[in-house]
Write a protein that binds this ligand. Structure first.
Ligand SMILES: [Zn+2]
Length: 307
């Protein structure tokens, strides 16, 4: 005689491998989260990173009482040519066969994608871009990434960099913006050096001599501080030019902002008007929306890598 236990559930596991934390979600059939977990990410230790991801998979499946497909959002991307990690600011992952090593450790297939791509996919599937044919998901936080979704699928080309706009130069740069700050990627004046959180903070510090966090700059501007408002204005103008450059190529129906600076609510009011003068079309206004899933977009999009 067999005793019937609870039927194991088929899950979609999503894991967001960040620089300081690993977040995980187990989605049921209907997209509801059955388990959500967080753990510190090992730093500067590749083998410990593999072990931590494997432990997150086990913990999610224990908590959600099932087994599932595994999708992982990561900094940087896998080079389609070599299968090795490239462009990760968690530099201890670069040059490593992360997919192969995780599959060997877990004994099943794993899909990996850039974390900004996962965010874009999540918001396109059932977030702020739901129902739109084309979505540009933008991460503006510590860094500046992006992902393009068309017809429900990520645009991920032969180099694995679809939607990466942060390391193009700031478009329509004025004399005071050229050549621009040095970027960690080795170039000067990348969009990321201007519009990321650290970019806004460095620009404000240079203008005022006062080093403040992005939220504090926004709070001071809201309280009537003219210098803080000027910093926000420079920042939103640069962000708008960066977005307009992508609009002129991809023409997305919806732009969704993510990352820490997506919490700066003034951006949704000012960006459509600031983007317009740079867009090569009669209907030049952009639709810019806040994320529906907030910080959970990365893990949810990772789970959706299996459709
Ligand atoms: Zn750069």
């Amino acid at each position: 005689m067999t005793v019937a236990g609870p039927r194991p559930t088929t899950l979609r596991l999503g894991i967001d491998l960040g620089g300081t934390k690993i977040a995980g979600v187990a989605l049921g059939d209907d997209g509801h989260a059955l388990a959500e977990l967080r753990a510190p990410a090992p730093r500067h230790d590749y083998d410990a990173t593999l072990a931590a991801v494997a432990e997150m998979v086990r913990a999610l499946e224990r908590t959600a009482h099932g087994t599932g497909s595994i999708g992982i959002g990561m900094p940087g991307s896998l080079s389609p040519a070599s299968g090795l990690v490239q462009n990760a600011n968690s530099t201890w992952l670069n040059g490593r066969p992360l997919q192969r090593d995780l599959e060997a450790r877990l004994g099943r297939p794993v899909r990996l994608a850039n974390d900004a791509n996962c965010f874009a996919l999540s918001e396109a599937v059932d977030g702020a871009g739901a129902g739109a044919r084309s979505v540009f998901g933008v991460i503006i936080g510590t860094g500046c990434g992006g992902g393009l979704v068309f017809g429900g699928a990520l645009i991920d080309g032969p180099r694995g960099i679809g939607g990466e706009w942060g390391h193009n130069p700031l478009p329509w740069a004025g004399p005071a913006e050229h050549p621009g700050p040095k970027c960690w990627c080795g170039r000067l004046g990348c969009i990321e050096t201007w519009v990321s959180g650290p970019g806004l903070e460095a620009d404000h510090a240079q203008a005022t001599g006062s080093r403040l966090a992005s939220e504090a700059i926004a709070a001071r501007a809201a309280a009537g501080d003219a210098a803080a408002q000027a910093s926000l204005d420079r920042h939103s103008g640069r962000l708008a030019r960066g977005l307009a450059h992508v609009v002129n190529i991809f023409d997305p129906e919806v732009i969704v902002l993510g990352g820490g600076l997506s919490k700066l609510v003034h951006l949704y009011a000012v960006l459509p008007g600031l983007v317009s003068p740079y867009v090569f079309a009669e209907q030049a206004r952009a639709v810019v929306k806040p994320p529906v899933w907030g910080d959970a977009g990365g893990v949810r999009g990772a789970a959706w890598l299996w459709g």
